[in-house]
Design a protein around this ligand. Structure first.
Ligand code: FAD
Ligand code: NAD
Length: 474
């Protein structure tokens, strides 16, 4: 006999655990099945985000930033510290403690909300039956009126650079190096390559990033990518564009990475290699025959704008469906689906999902880039403002960066806000809120911003759309 629920959630990442909690809050009898384990091999909720993604990467970014500031930035303030050292074991241990705190926190939230938690691998069968291969060796069968698939994603592997967990690693391995690699190679100058490349560069690694595409950070606005590239170069990140990697071979304890670019075939020798060329939906083995749930050509679950699969009572959210692979997007979809199941309105506007890259300086954006507007034939007015003219940024010794505001040329409606600079991970939400309220550049320009704050750069960029910026020539 299978145990009966109102909702079964497959996956306990930021999509799945948030969906499960919201379902339970709405009075639905809810179960969540998750296959994730921690470094100790024991079940750990929270998915990629909490175990090997957002949270651990930000912990290491923060530790390495403190070290970099101490060794490179504090002297400007008159602070000196001789013989500064980084103990990598302590840094990684701190990260592990944070991960444990948060994964354990989800288990407590499940208890508090009476979400039934199953540890193991789930397969969806016809008729909303979910069979679980239990982590404890026991198999169980569950059934529900609604099933929410939140299986997440896994790293893409290159056939000539298979992960060995030691010298060729994915994000998980690069969060756990026992010491600072002398030479770190990175394949892919995307979000993971830049964030984790920055961590080890700040601690002294010689970091070479090989990117197949000719343009740097194609998803970001070109002006922002240009400013960021300049800053990364100053930090010693060696980013090589148009570099097509063909071969990775062992060279003693090191690795030879051979690639071709405009200059021809070249080889670099590295001690560790991080492969970060994107992620794919974790849908292998998820669906039994005859469920009717469709996968697209990239293995993602096909859903409509409400995350419904078209099969009665089956929904899918987060990294395993279309749209950006971001934790907050997964969570918002989880809430929306829970509310739809409970008969409430629920919707996620993918046009206002913010992006953040947590490098130094940070990069953040919401909405369309100037190039996207041009390609779509949308007439725009653009304003921008540099952090170098913002008193607070200069006082903080963080003058690098820029804010760019893009508005419709006729309606003045904000179409995009693009930022590079200190704390822009927080500032981007001015753009998110303005866009959700269908605000104009003039609306943002007429809102009083506190002085001295970094937010004045957003204010001035909005003013600059109408050539009214005060602290620069228009
Ligand atoms: P996941 O978090 O992948 O969770 C899916 C869960 O389902 C996993 O626990 C998995 O084990 C489980 N599962 C899969 N299949 C089954 C099955 N059949 N049965 C049972 N369980 C199953 N995003 C941000 O927004 N901000 C960041 O700063 C950020 N940093 C990142 C840094 C790194 C290094 C990485 C790798 C990712 C980062 N991301 C970040 C992306 C973010 O982690 C993902 O977008 C997010 O975790 C997706 O959530 P999800 O719930 O869809 O899937
Ligand atoms: P990505 O898509 O961000 O970047 C992959 C990069 O690798 C691209 O620039 C691509 O052109 C390049 N590439 C692909 N194949 C290549 C090859 N053979 N040789 C050289 N370059 C190649 O992917 P990622 O960095 O692996 O991250 C995966 C996803 O995880 C991100 O897209 C994002 O959704 C999520 N993530 C988000 C954050 C954040 O929000 N701060 C942080 C980390 C990861």
């Amino acid at each position: 006999m299978s145990e009966q629920f109102d909702v079964i959630v497959i996956g306990g990442g930021p999509g799945g655990y948030v969906a499960a909690i919201r379902c339970a809050q709405l009075g639905l009898k809810t179960a969540c099945v998750d296959a994730g384990t921690g470094k100790d091999g024991k079940p750990a909720l929270g998915g990629t985000c909490l175990r090997v993604g957002c949270i651990p990467s930000k912990a290491l970014l923060d530790s390495s930033r403190q070290f970099h500031n101490l060794t490179h930035m504090f002297a400007d303030h008159g602070i000196s510290a001789d013989n500064a050292k980084m103990d990598v074991g302590t840094m990684v241990g701190r990260k592990d403690k944070i991960v444990k705190q948060f994964t354990g926190g989800i288990a407590m939230l499940f208890k508090a909300n009476k979400v039934a938690s199953y540890s193991g691998f789930a397969t969806l069968h016809k008729g909303n039956v979910v069979k679980v291969k239990g982590a404890d060796g026991k198999d169980v069968e569950l059934k529900a009126v609604n099933v929410i698939i939140a299986a997440g994603s896994v790293p893409i592997e290159l056939p000539f650079a298979k992960y060995d967990g030691k010298s060729i690693v994915d994000n998980e391995g690069a969060l756990d190096f026992a010491s600072v690699p002398k030479r770190l190679g990175v394949i892919g100058a995307g979000v993971i390559g830049l964030e984790l490349g920055s961590v080890w560069r700040r601690l002294g690694s010689e970091v070479t990033i090989l990117e197949a595409l000719p343009d740097f950070l194609g998803a970001a606005d070109a002006d922002i990518a240009k400013v960021a590239a300049r800053e990364y170069k100053k930090q010693g990140l060696d980013i090589r564009l148009g570099a097509k990697v063909a071969k990775v071979t062992k060279n003693g304890d090191a690795l030879d990475v051979t690639y071709a670019d405009a200059k021809g075939e070249q080889t670099i020798t590295v001690d560790k290699l991080l492969v970060s060329v994107g992620r794919k939906a974790a849908t292998a083995g998820l669906l039994a025959e005859g469920t009717g749930v469709q996968l697209d050509e990239r293995g993602r679950v096909v859903v409509d704008e409400h995350c419904h699969t078209g099969v009665d009572g089956v929904w899918a959210i987060g990294d395993c469906v279309r749209g950006p692979m971001l934790a907050h997007k997964a969570s918002e979809e989880g809430v929306a689906v829970a509310e739809l199941i409970a008969g409430l309105p629920g919707h996620v506007n993918l046009d206002t999902v913010p992006w953040v890259i947590y490098t130094e300086p940070e990069i953040a954006w919401v909405g369309k880039t100037e190039a996207q507007c041009k390609a779509e034939g949308i007439p725009v007015k653009v304003g921008s403002f540099p952090f170098a003219a913002i008193g607070r940024a200069v006082a903080m010794n963080e003058p690098a960066g820029l804010v760019k505001c893009i508005a419709h040329a006729e309606t003045d409606r904000i179409l995009g806000l693009h930022l590079c600079g200190a704390n822009v991970s927080e500032l981007v939400h001015e753009g998110v809120v303005a866009m959700e309220f269908k605000g104009s550049a003039d609306d943002l320009a007429r809102i009083c911003h506190a002085h001295p704050t970094l937010s004045e750069a957003v204010h001035e960029a909005a003013l600059s759309v109408h050539k009214r910026a005060i602290h620069k020539a228009n």
